[in-house]
Design a protein around this ligand. Structure first.
Ligand SMILES: *Cc1c(COP(=O)(O)O)cnc(C)c1O
Length: 293
């Protein structure tokens, strides 16, 4: 994979920088491509990838792409929503096209998902590789190290001493970035708030000095739920910058950055892709609010 570009961008009348990880690859861009880098680029004697999570997850889609590329089967356990399955869109549609096999989570035959969370590592048993939900495993560090090296190279040539900002789900990306970068990393908690994110950080790194700074929105957004304020941010970002951002993480991140006045000229924001998921989110927005712009 080539390096992704870093470009200037203007939003809310402020110019800053954006790392276009959304452009890494048309079908395999962004956060999950970085985290799955290790799996994509090493030899494994397996026939199947197994994972679990939500039915619209970005990780699910990225794993389906990876499995197809490596010629492995992909089995994904989730709570199956029959209505979604009848009319798949976004990540689900794309993953099914990549021949993902869906299974009900109650049939999960491996280590219980909870325990896997504690392990935070890839599990290879027999011909299968079990990948923890959302790509939260220690080996994700390989791809994130590369992202960090790209940022360091850019900082050296541009002379910018950036504050690196990104939204967090599991916090894996933000944590390893802070570990590998000599710059300050700030991350917006988009899933379940600050306590949850701290626990995630500690599961991967005991030394708190390597933890990123956490920003929390004043409003409690339920993860992946449509909100008028967030749609407004999505539309504003697109209009003012000309770039499409992702509706679940980026919108919460910019909502928070705006209210905390954190958008500054030395900010380097990581656009972590996930645009494929916008299709299904925009449908939900339309269903809830009627119009979307
Ligand atoms: C998965 C994902 C995240 C969250 O990444 P973590 O490493 O789990 O914090 C953020 N943005 C996008 C677009 C994602 O797909």
């Amino acid at each position: 994979m080539e390096n992704s570009p870093i470009e200037p961008i203007t939003f809310d009348k402020t110019s800053f920088f954006i790392k276009r990880d959304d452009l890494l690859h048309p079908h395999f861009g962004g956060n999950k491509a970085r985290k799955l880098h290790y799996i994509l680029n090493n030899r494994f004697d397996i026939e199947k990838i197994v994972s679990y999570g939500s039915m619209q997850s970005n990780a699910m889609y990225s794993l389906s792409f990876l499995a197809k590329k490596r010629g492995w089967e992909f089995e994904y356990y989730c709570r199956i929503n029959e209505n979604l399955l009848k009319n798949p869109t976004g990540n689900l549609k794309a993953a099914l096209k990549n021949r993902m096999v869906l299974k009900d989570i109650s049939l999960w035959p491996y280590t219980p998902p909870k325990e896997l969370d504690v392990l935070s590592t890839l599990l290879i048993e027999k011909e299968r590789m079990v990948v923890p939900e959302g790509g939260r495993f220690k080996e994700a560090a390989f791809g994130i190290k590369r992202l960090a090296d790209e940022i360091i190279g850019w900082a050296e040539t541009s002379g910018v001493n950036p504050t690196v900002v990104l939204p967090s789900g599991t916090g894996t990306t933000a944590l390893f970035l802070q570990k590998f970068l000599p710059f300050r990393v700030k991350t917006v908690a988009c899933v379940k708030g600050e306590e949850y994110l701290k626990r995630q950080f500690f599961a991967l790194e005991k030394d708190e000095r390597h933890h990123p700074q956490i920003l929390v929105p004043s409003k409690k957004f339920t993860f992946a739920k449509p909100y008028k304020e967030l749609l407004h941010i999505y539309n504003r970002l697109k209009e003012e910058s000309g770039i499409e951002f992702e509706l679940i993480y980026d919108t919460v991140a910019f909502f928070t950055l705006l209210e905390k006045k954190e958008i500054k000229k030395d900010m380097l924001y990581i656009h972590q892709g996930g645009i494929v998921g916008n299709e299904s989110m925009l449908q939900r927005y339309k269903a809830k609010f009627g119009k979307i712009s």
